[in-house]
Structures are given as structure tokens and as C-alpha cells.
Design a protein around this ligand. Structure first.
Ligand SMILES: [Zn+2]
Length: 341
């Protein structure tokens, strides 16, 4: 009589078959054997990231530097870029413009023919359903490079800074902007901008302030736009990385009280914990801004890796991801969709 091998999952113990402990499967959060079936898996499968989750920065410069960032374009290329992005499925962009004639009071920021205003007008007249958010800040327009206007003593001139941001916001809204983004992290600026927009009849124009951490990951943007201040005031406005989560939550409460419709957290790569905490603490939309310094890393990852990374920001709580990789990833998602179809 040959030796009988115990069936799989059993062992012989003194002639008694003992069923080995099988790990429990299924149940809430467990791994159900049913999911191994292709049809069942595809019933539950969702893409990690959709093109509608993405929005792109568009930087308008008189002469974009060679080898600059994606989306850093000359005025003549603004409409073609926005149209190309729209055709890829992107539905929003954030506009930044380069001040040519910088002055202590940022006068050019209020010129109705400056690069920002012209870009808003041309995009909204060509691709009207592309949602345009504009940066409202002094740093691209002031000769000292600060986000705010200064008193003669070099302190922040609150009244003048609020007035500048309010007038910029109304100018952008008049040109057709759907939302404005006060980015200076100056308490009171969101309220000032909100009130100015409402007073000018732009009730439906949104206000999307920044929640900005101090980081090395703004570098390429600051070099392209030349917005690195000569002095050090800006650091005082940004959140300190080692206590950013608590500071971000406090800032979010203040911005909400001042009338913010959404919050733009930057950077993303080194602040995912802040993103998750913000999502849990606020009811307004949260945009994760994957900044210029993150782009080199995303490029190295390639479009599939970048898709996975940007998708992880969505999972961590972002309603929208603002990224210099938007065009690369939108192209990749489109190709993957075509392939699947
Ligand atoms: Zn600024």
C-alpha cells in the first residue's frame, strides 16, 4: 500500500487529517477570492487619475527662457497652448504673468493691457469653457520682488497691498477670469479681494488663496519668473515646514472665514500629510500644487510614474492637482484610453 499524500491544506497527525489554518479571506476590506475573476475585478476597477483631476500652470513671459518649464510661453503662444490643453481634456489652468516694467508700487499690474489681462481675454474668447484662475500677487510686478507693497521703512504696507490685490482681482475678473488666487499669504487679503469682487458685481468669481510652505521646490519657477525677493519678507509669510500641519489648518480656517472658495496647497510632494489633514478639516475644495521643483522628479519618473504620483495626491485628499506635468500626463492618459478602447 503506497503512502497517501495528504491533500493540499491538510497534514497527517497520527493518522488524523488536520486541516491547516487558512487565512480568513473576504469581509470588509479583506481580499475576496471573487476579485480574482476578471469580470468582477473590472466591475470595481476605477482609474487612479482622470484628466479632469488635472490643471496646469501657464506662465506668460515676453521671452520664455530656453529649456524652461512646460507651460512657460510667449504671449503669441498663449492661445495655442490653452487650445492644445483643452483638446487633451484639461479643463482648467492657472495663469501667471511676467511684469516687464517693475516698480516699487507694481503699477504695471494694474495696466489693462499687461500680459496677464491680455492672456485672460484671449483664452476666454477662444476656449471659453477653459476655467482660468489668475495669480493675484505683487511679486511679478514689484521692483523689490516682494509679494506685498512696502512702506518707506520697508514694512508691509497693508492698506496699499490690499488695494493692489483688490484692483488686480477686479481687473482680471473684468477680463473674464473665473477665479483669482491671492498668493501672498497675507491675512486680510482674501477678505479684501472677495469684497472688491462682490462690490464690482463679480459675485460668481471664486477666490482661491494659497497655503504655501517654505520649500526648496519653488526654485525653477522663481528663476523663470524672476520673483525671488531681494530681501527676506516672504519667508515670514510662508509656513514653517516643521510645524506646517498645525499652521496650515489655522490658515485654512482664516481663509474660509475671509471667503475662500478653495485652497491651493503648495508644494505637494513634501506636504502630503498636510494635504490629508486639510482635506479632513475643511469643506472647501483643496487643490494640490505640485510645484516647479517637483517637475524634474516627475519627468524622471516618466508619464506612468507621474500618473501614479499625481493619483496618490488625489487619494490623499486633493480635489484637483495643479502640475507642470499636466500635459505629459494628460497625453499619457489619452493614449492609454485609446489603447483600451
Ligand atoms: Zn507673490
Amino acid at each position: 500500500m503506497g503512502h497517501r499524500r495528504p491533500p493540499h491544506g491538510e497534514d497527517r497527525l497520527g493518522g488524523v487529517h488536520v486541516v491547516a489554518a487558512v487565512p480568513r479571506q473576504g469581509g470588509p476590506g479583506g481580499i475576496s477570492p471573487g476579485r480574482a475573476r476578471h469580470a468582477v475585478r473590472s466591475l470595481y476597477e476605477r482609474p487612479l487619475l482622470d484628466v479632469r483631476d488635472l490643471t496646469a500652470p501657464l506662465l506668460v513671459l515676453p521671452v520664455p527662457p530656453a529649456g524652461g518649464l512646460p507651460g512657460a510661453v510667449a504671449p503669441a503662444d498663449v492661445v495655442a497652448t490653452a487650445s492644445r490643453w483643452h483638446a487633451l481634456g484639461l479643463r482648467g489652468l492657472k495663469l501667471f504673468a511676467f511684469g516687464r516694467d517693475r516698480s516699487p508700487k507694481a503699477d504695471e499690474a494694474l495696466d489693462p493691457e499687461n500680459l496677464m489681462v491680455r492672456a485672460v481675454r484671449s483664452i476666454k474668447s477662444t476656449v471659453p469653457d477653459m476655467v482660468v484662475t489668475t495669480e493675484v500677487c505683487g511679486c511679478a510686478w514689484t521692483s523689490h520682488g516682494e509679494c506685498v507693497l512696502l512702506t518707506e521703512d520697508g514694512d508691509t504696507d497693508l492698506t496699499a497691498s490690499y488695494a493692489l490685490m483688490s484692483r488686480m482681482a477686479v481687473l482680471h475678473a473684468d477680463a473674464g477670469a473665473d477665479a483669482v488666487s491671492p498668493t501672498a499669504m497675507l491675512d486680510g487679503s482674501v477678505r479684501a479681494v472677495r469684497d472688491a469682487l462682490t462690490g464690482a458685481g463679480h459675485h460668481s468669481v471664486g477666490v482661491s488663496p494659497n497655503i504655501a510652505l517654505h520649500t526648496e521646490l519653488y526654485g525653477p519657477f522663481k528663476r523663470v519668473m524672476r520673483t525671488d525677493p531681494a530681501r527676506g519678507n516672504r519667508r515670514g509669510f510662508q509656513l514653517e515646514p516643521h510645524r506646517a500641519r498645525r499652521q496650515a489648518l489655522a490658515q485654512a480656517r482664516r481663509w474660509e472665514a475671509e471667503g475662500a472658495d478653495s485652497l491651493c496647497l503648495q508644494p505637494a510632494m513634501t506636504a502630503v500629510d498636510v494635504l490629508t489633514s486639510l482635506r479632513a478639516a475643511t469643506d472647501v475644495r483643496v487643490i494640490a500644487y505640485s510645484t516647479s521643483g517637483e517637475y524634474a522628479a516627475l519627468k524622471a519618473l516618466g508619464p506612468r510614474g507621474a500618473t501614479e504620483y499625481l493619483g496618490s495626491l488625489k487619494r490623499a485628499g486633493a480635489d484637483l492637482v495643479l502640475t507642470f506635468a499636466a500635459e505629459d500626463v494628460a497625453t499619457h492618459l489619452g493614449a492609454a484610453r485609446d489603447h483600451a478602447g
